[in-house]
Design a protein around this ligand. Structure first.
Ligand SMILES: [Zn+2]
Length: 316
């Protein structure tokens, strides 16, 4: 295989054979809902009442939700993901930002949490997810019995994963913007136009970044982060018995579970990117990632609000 065709892909660190079995398990349990888990999720009416501050339904969303994705995102498109909209500032300087699609998100979440709890009844799966570690096995057995802890812990990691994906879209937009500025400043003939990648490559890179971000959290770090606190405030009324005390780090397992549910069961594109694209972009991308995601610095173009202030919920 030539270097041109090489790919970089996120893949959970568990045996392929178990990954296949987990994929089948999720497929066989498609649509399964544990009513005890569902009870932790507020009904729509009370949620809309309590969460109104963060709910924004832009008029464009309904039309965009049903469109085929464009070959390349641009100043004329918004990015429609399964559970989020990303509105580029190139598209709308006022209303840009990340919009979590609340109802779809909850539907997926209840299904994932319900099947995850079933997965935790099989010793072979627990052993693979915990990488043979006794401490991690005990942690999984603990949340299997404690549904409140399972729901709260999984929910935080789930929304952080989705957030990371959207932040990656913002970073690619900022990289495009920076190159636009450099082209203008240098009066180059070449004019850069957002986006720098085609939409397929952009999605692959954003999912690759999101899976890696979730997997790499050290125990307890996410729970103490500004990011998790801010995101949980936005979602706070959704989970009826939310408490920080009930949260344990299960990202070693949740990353694999999300990968199986979304990638291996073909709900989202693969979390992979061509190596030549990755090699060209990785230095800039990683610098932006540290500033945006890790340190949450308020950076960006002039007159564009920081992404941390532009996170909302929508019902579309
Ligand atoms: Zn996306």
């Amino acid at each position: 295989m030539s270097a041109q065709q090489a790919w970089i892909e996120y893949r959970p660190d568990i045996p392929e054979e178990v990954l296949h079995e987990l994929t089948d398990f999720f497929r066989e349990h498609k649509g399964f809902v544990n009513e005890d888990i569902k009870r932790f999720i507020s009904d729509t009416d009370s949620f809309m009442r309590k969460g109104s501050y963060f709910i924004v339904n832009l008029k464009e969303f309904s039309a965009w939700a049903n469109k085929e994705p464009p070959a390349r995102y641009s100043s004329k498109t918004i990015i429609v993901d399964r559970l989020t909209f990303y509105v580029p500032y190139h598209f709308d300087n006022e209303n840009h930002g990340i919009y979590f699609r609340a109802m779809k998100l909850l539907e997926d979440f209840v299904e994932i949490a319900s099947i995850f709890q079933e997965v935790l009844k099989t010793t072979k799966f627990i052993r693979a997810l915990s990488g043979g570690s006794e401490a991690l096995t005990l942690r999984l057995l603990g949340i299997r019995k404690n549904l409140k802890s399972l729901v709260n812990s999984l929910f935080i990691e789930f929304i952080v994963f989705l957030y990371a994906h959207s932040v990656a879209h913002r970073i690619l937009e900022d990289i495009s913007y920076s190159i636009e500025c450099i082209c203008k400043a240098g009066r180059f003939l070449y004019k850069m136009k957002y986006s720098i990648l085609n939409s397929k490559d952009e999605e692959g890179l954003c999912y690759y970044a999101a899976f890696n971000a979730l997997r790499r959290y050290m125990p307890g770090v996410l729970k103490r982060s500004k990011k998790a606190e801010r995101l949980s405030n936005i979602f706070f009324p959704i989970i009826s018995e939310f408490s920080w005390g009930s949260i344990v780090s299960i990202n070693f397992a949740s990353t694999a579970i999300l990968y199986v549910y979304y990638v291996l069961n073909k709900r989202i594109p693969s979390a992979s990117v061509r190596k030549d694209i990755y090699d060209r972009l990785s230095m800039l991308f990683n610098i932006f990632w540290k500033l945006y995601y890790t340190y949450e610095e308020d950076i960006g173009p002039p007159n564009v609000k920081p992404i941390t202030q532009r996170v909302f919920l929508t019902f579309i």
